[in-house]
Design a protein around this ligand. Structure first.
Ligand code: MN
Length: 240
């Protein structure tokens, strides 16, 4: 049956060969049967800019995604918080379409909103301040003007700090806020919602203004190896 696949939070990096192996297997064996593969953010552990396309590890990821072209599987890429600097050059190299966060699609007749999900974690005000800064176009332009090696070193430093900070944060604060979810569902006229980021795979039901909306949360790749498969009958979580 015609279907689409959704994955997120793969956090691919040269340091985690297991995740890369699972990704390559998924691309070779599972994804070719789908009409479309949607990657809802954090494909990469981090992306310092499209001038890092030729990095040997990145080239392997790109080659894998490009291979789906010959099977007719469309690839759509949405930015995560770690790879928000993915640009048009990377998308073209992968033969992928870059999507804005959020993007509303018609998924076999069901309006479906796609997001990475970090925008919904409004309880973490510190993170939202940081997010606003790094999504600012002028900030990004300035950052990308710095030498690649300097950008990578800066991101590495930021990552080690964020790991320490996360350990001290309440899990409720790190999850999405129900109010933010309701506001988003209302704004887009009560679609189904699919997002990642929290690494808490599940299907939730939200009743907003009397409308029942499904919210599917994708799991992370490394620990849970989960994907979502959707067709005209609905969505189902699958293990990859
Ligand atoms: Mn994320």
């Amino acid at each position: 049956m015609p279907h689409s696949l959704f994955i997120s939070d793969l956090h691919l990096s040269a340091d985690h060969s297991g995740s890369m192996a699972a990704f390559q297997r998924f691309i070779a064996e599972v994804a070719p049967q789908a009409e479309a593969l949607y990657i809802l953010g954090d494909l990469f552990e981090y992306w310092a800019g499209d001038d890092d396309l030729n990095d040997e590890f990145h080239a392997r990821v790109i080659t894998a995604l490009r291979s789906l072209l010959r099977h007719g599987t469309r690839v759509c890429l949405l930015h995560g918080n770690r790879d928000l600097l993915m640009g048009q050059a990377l998308a073209e190299a992968c033969h992928a379409t870059l999507l804005h966060d959020p993007t509303l699609i018609d998924l076999y007749g069901m309006p479906t909103l796609l997001s990475h999900g970090d925008i919904l974690c409004t309880g973490d005000t510190e993170y939202q301040r940081y997010r606003a800064q790094v999504h600012d176009a002028a900030f990004q332009q300035q950052f990308l003007a710095r030498p690649l090696a300097e950008r990578k070193a800066y991101i590495e430093q930021l990552r080690s700090r964020s790991t320490t900070e996360k350990q001290g944060k309440d899990s409720v604060i790190m999850d999405v806020s129900d109010a933010a979810v309701a506001a988003l569902l209302r704004e887009y006229r009560y679609p189904r919602l699919i997002h990642g980021h929290t690494h808490l795979p599940d299907c939730h039901e939200h009743v907003v203004d009397g409308h029942r909306c499904e919210r599917w949360v994708l799991g992370d790749w490394h620990q849970q190896g989960s994907a979502l498969r959707c067709d005209k009958q609905g969505c189902v979580a699958i293990l990859v």
